[in-house]
Write a protein that binds this ligand. Structure first.
Ligand code: SER
Length: 319
């Protein structure tokens, strides 16, 4: 196997925190360089403070460590992005252009670029949304991901760069918090339940959205990146499905374990974003091309979330 050196941008985020650890296990801690705007004091491994919108800074890290693969996780997400639309576009696109260019110019052999269910807008079938419908996103974040998917495809077709991408559903995990997304409620609800607090939900009770447990999301990422290049037929971004549920359903499942848990609903501007997204996703192509199969549904994910967060908060009380 070729000796790989991995750079992760946005490594301090919800996905990056967990993906970094998995890549350290897979490639060895010395071969994984995490980067972000600031260092988390608890981080273990190699870390570079890096603003990925700065091409020269990115290039110097790539050359310093002889990087061969980049996982580019930097992005302003859907809800936060709406507060500063032009800034969001600049950061999301500039950082991607820098990653694509540094990869083209300096011999990177594989790039991972996350896309999102935010690429879909009003024009799609809401249930089992197919791989290739009209993409008319409602948020700047979604617009940047549609453009980004097409740039990924362009670099592959024009320069032969091996860029691979997944359209993540809302990611739910216990190890890290999401920041500024529309699906974030589905993480927060577990924290409130385990802390015996009531939960005020910013979406309506019946708003179905596609979601995925973090273990499945990370495994999908690694399986896609490990797949032989000839099996990758989608060079924009693959639809990816884990599960689909509404706030009232996750509330009901949590209540089986924590019967006193209470919820109220107070929809805000994020309701409009959620309403423009699919209820569920058709990921037949990912299953066919590289054998994708999710392992978690709402019930077994809830078991793990409650168990892990109970351990986390118990230790916090002791510490
Ligand atoms: N979880 C993301 C968000 O809510 C979707 O990609 O913005």
């Amino acid at each position: 196997m070729k000796h790989e050196r991995i750079l992760i941008t946005g490594a301090g985020g919800q996905l990056g925190t967990v993906l970094t650890v998995e890549l350290q296990k897979k490639y060895g801690a010395d071969n994984v360089i995490a980067s972000d705007l600031k260092l988390n004091p608890d981080f273990m491994g190699h870390f570079e403070v890096l603003d990925a919108t700065d091409f020269e800074a990115l290039k110097s890290v790539v050359l310093k460590y002889k990087i061969t693969q980049i996982f580019h996780l930097v992005a302003i997400l859907s809800a936060n992005g709406e507060k500063f639309p032009l800034n969001t576009w600049d950061i999301n696109m500039k950082s991607l252009f820098n990653v694509l260019e540094v990869s083209r110019l300096h011999g990177i052999n594989k790039v991972f670029y996350p896309s999102s269910i935010a690429v879909f807008g009003e024009d799609v079938e809401k249930d089992n949304t197919p791989q290739n419908p009209n993409l008319t996103p409602s948020t700047v974040y979604g617009m940047s991901k549609v453009a980004g998917e097409n740039w990924a495809n362009y670099y592959h077709k024009r320069y032969g760069l091996d860029v691979r991408s997944l359209r993540y559903p809302g990611v739910i995990g216990y190890q890290s918090m999401p920041g500024g997304g529309t699906t974030d409620y589905a993480v927060d609800i577990y924290h409130k339940a385990v802390k015996n607090e009531s939960f005020e939900c910013f979406l309506e009770a019946s708003t179905h959205l596609p979601m995925i447990f973090i273990d499945d999301a990370i495994r999908a990422t690694i399986e896609l990146m490990d797949a032989p290049a000839e099996e990758i037929s989608v060079r924009t971004s693959y639809n990816l499905s884990g599960m689909s549920f509404a706030p009232q359903e996750v509330f009901g499942v949590i209540k089986k374990t924590i019967p006193n848990f209470e919820i109220t609903y107070k929809p805000d501007f994020r309701q409009g974003i959620a309403d423009s997204w699919p209820n569920s996703i058709d990921d037949t192509q990912a299953k066919k091309d590289w054998g994708w199969q999710p392992k978690y549904n709402l019930e077994n994910m809830t078991e793990v979330m409650i168990e892990k967060l109970r351990i986390y908060y118990n230790n916090k009380l002791i510490a």
